[in-house]
Design a protein around this ligand. Structure first.
Ligand code: F6P
Length: 481
């Protein structure tokens, strides 16, 4: 039966594992996008989620016709998938939107890039075709993230009757950064996005960056002489179709998260972590080991804290939960190794027989992350650039005794949390070390008050309302355009 509400995202709400007996077992998918959308779609039981088969087990599930209601997995040719996901989405678009290139050497756009770009187009086409097949007349289609930036344009051609929204979970590249892409890639990217009726971003900064990229020649060269301000546009017009651009800052569902954080398995892990800290104060970070998360500078700041404020030695531990990610890419493997190496160096330099300054945990364990959220005296969230960063929002919501949040100006969450977080320039290690000192020294009453206000800001737009608002706006634009 054709669907009225469809979601398209690279990662689905579940993935499969193949047991030794050949049986397929489904597991919940991971990552911020998946948890936000899964919570939102729990209130949209009729919706269909189209996602890619990510592994051989997922492909096997498609081949055997194994599926769950409300989910359709696409079995995309593995080479095309690898080129699109690793070769373009994660190696090029992620780096461009997060401003991560090591400029004297990168990026290099050569014939190999062109080949991968064609795979990215084919992968987007597979999604557009599946959506075109599954969508009912006039359906609402909500496309997610940088993996699928071309889908709105491609689907618009196939199904002019459907309403299309696209949400970007990452930052959007500043215009001068997007301009580095070859013209054909940049133009196709913007064309793809402008196929949507509505575009959503987590913050005004990312929305403005996108708008600045829609007409790069204007953005670069045609400033009005004598103009002392520039109007911020809220929409962009292309081929006489209007694409509305809006901001929907994803928050967390406080009740659900607190319930999850008080399950017996979390209590158990909390007890174990308490023993591990040996009564020290705790600075916690929880991240994928991701270049944009700035884990190395976070460790350098901790080292500077121990060097500059020796009173904290043997009184604090840094619990870094840094879960390896994208290990198919060499640059991520190198970064993971650098994090481990620096942690070991700090332990070597400052550790004593009874005290290990850095506790690096690399095995992803959601229950243990929640336990760490409850335990943290200080949360360190210092990405160089981040679409939103839900960790900064989750910690204050579940904290047991109040937690001071050291927060980067580059995180999307900065806009909503800046009043009560201790904010830092993510490149400024010394400022980050000082903020850690201030956070550790904050009087308990102040910490508790700030945590309460941070939690209120973090839960302002929980996933179900975040999604419903986009759907309502999309339906509204269907009536007005
Ligand atoms: O930040 C945007 C986001 O989609 C996250 O929700 C997600 O964790 C990540 O990017 C993508 O990760 P992955 O490549 O593991 O799906």
């Amino acid at each position: 039966m054709a669907s009225q509400v469809l979601v398209a995202a690279n990662r689905g709400p579940l993935s499969y594992v193949l047991g030794d007996d050949g049986a397929l077992e489904s597991r919940r998918g991971g990552g911020g996008l998946v948890s936000g959308l899964s919570a939102a779609l729990a209130e949209q039981p009729e919706a269909l989620w189209i996602c890619a088969a990510l592994s051989e087990a997922d492909r096997e599930a498609v081949r055997r016709g194994v599926s769950e209601p409300g989910v359709r997995m696409l079995d995309i040719d593995p080479t095309i998938y690898d080129d699109a996901y690793n070769g373009i989405a994660n190696s090029v678009l992620w780096f461009t939107h997060h401003v991560l290139y090591d400029i004297p050497r990168e990026p290099v756009f050569d014939a190999e890039f062109r080949r991968r770009w064609e795979s990215y187009e084919a992968y987007n086409r597979a999604f557009a075709e599946a959506l075109a097949q599954e969508a009912a007349e006039g359906a609402s289609v909500l496309v997610q993230d940088y993996h699928l930036a071309l889908v709105p344009g491609l689907l618009r051609v196939l199904r002019p009757d459907v309403r299309i929204a696209h949400f970007t979970h990452t930052p959007w590249a500043p215009p001068h950064y997007l301009r580095m892409l070859p013209d054909y890639a940049r133009e196709t990217l913007v064309w793809g996005m402008l196929g949507a009726d509505r575009l959503g971003f987590h913050t005004q900064a990312w929305a403005d960056a996108f708008l600045g990229c829609t007409d790069l020649d204007d953005a670069w060269g045609r400033a009005e002489p004598g103009a002392d301000r520039v109007e911020h546009r809220r929409y962009t017009v292309w081929k006489r179709r209007t694409t509305h651009v809006a901001v929907y800052p994803l928050g967390v569902d406080g009740d659900e998260l607190r319930a999850l954080a008080h399950r017996p398995e979390v209590d158990e892990r909390l007890a174990a972590l308490r023993t591990e800290t040996g009564g020290c104060r705790t600075i916690v970070r929880v991240d994928r080991t991701e270049l944009s998360k700035n884990i190395v500078r976070g460790l350098l700041a901790y080292r500077e804290l121990l060097a500059g404020q020796p009173e904290w030695r043997e009184r604090v531990v840094h619990m870094a939960f840094a879960y390896p990610s994208r290990q198919d890419l060499a640059v991520y493997r190198d970064y993971t190794a650098a994090v481990a190496q620096l942690s070991a160096q700090i332990n070597e330099e400052f550790g004593t027989a009874d005290w290990t300054p850095v506790h690096l945990h690399v095995k992803d364990d959601f229950a243990r992350s929640l336990a760490a959220y409850r335990l943290a005296d200080v949360a360190l969230v210092n990405p160089v650039r981040d679409g939103m960063n839900l960790v900064a929002k989750e910690i204050p919501v579940v904290s047991d005794a109040g937690c001071a949040v050291v927060l980067s100006q580059g995180a999307g969450a900065y806009g909503e949390l800046r009043e009560d977080a201790l904010t830092v320039n993510p490149y400024d290690v010394t400022q980050t070390a000082k903020a850690l000192h201030r956070a550790l020294s904050m009087p308990e009453a102040e910490r508790a008050e700030r945590t309460k206000r941070l939690a209120a800001a973090a839960t302002a737009l929980p996933p179900a309302r975040w999604f419903a608002a986009q759907l309502a706006d999309l339906r509204e634009s269907a009536q007005t355009s």
